[in-house]
Design a protein around this ligand. Sequence first.
Ligand SMILES: *[C@@H]1O[C@H](CO)[C@@H](O)[C@H](O)[C@H]1NC(C)=O
Length: 281
Amino acid sequence: MRALVPLLSLFLLGGQAQHGSDWTYSEGALDEAHWPEHYPACGGQRQSPINLQRTKVRYNPALKGLKLTGYETQEGEFPMVNNGHTVQISLPSTMRMTAADGTVYIAQQMHFHWGGVSSKIRGSEHTVDGIRHVIEIHVVHYNSKYKSYEIAQDAPDGLAVLAAFVEVKDYPENTYYSSFISHLANIKYPGRRTTLTGLDIRDMLPKNLQHYYSYHGSLTTPPCTENVHWFVLVDFVKLSRTQVWKLENSLLDHHNKTIQNDYRRTQPLNHRVVESNFPNQ
Ligand SMILES: *[C@@H]1O[C@H](CO)[C@@H](O)[C@H](O)[C@H]1NC(C)=O
């Protein structure tokens, strides 16, 4: 009997770890319609992403711009992983974002959501006036009043995500993305890791960092915790068609299927108000 208890807990732990990677967007028993059954917060009233309806956004002239520090060139090595849902880059804690209310957030990781099932299918999570963009970039931060991301992820004021959209037209290669995109081939299979040498997140973001939409929502993947202060930038990142194609076609999920359309459908706004720090044109 004695030996059974640790064995059993090992089994349960293993089951949980397995479970964490089992959810999907559209196929299988735990597709997004079923997330709330295993992750109750996913059925909450303050979920993300949402449609940003510009006529309903409230312009708040008192909202200052975001202050980003340590986003420029960083020396060192930065892990990049295929987690079976997206590609994720680990960020150094020297990267910080100060929100308009003075809260300082520490960067944790950056990942992407994209489409790609056909060349016309776009994959941003937030939509603007119902329009879905090609790719959405998420830079995930945690509130610096907490010691670590692990603690902050369960706190009501724990997280902030800086989001940006990618636009694709006949743009030339965006060389700020070249190293990142060439490393995708190293992490084709889920669980694979590679390393980026040097990083400049500032250059991977839109030129204009001043104008944003802001609201209170959730993580867009299980467990969908409703503790995310969202900052969605108005300006776009510009990538070439080839770069977008590579992001859409390089990675495989746990069933060895190409990771595509890894975005959650938009969620009801309910009684929330989206603010902007620029007047609606
Ligand atoms: C995925 O493909 C790799 C390489 O061919 C193979 O080792 C692995 O078992 C496959 N996984 C699944 C779930 O089919």
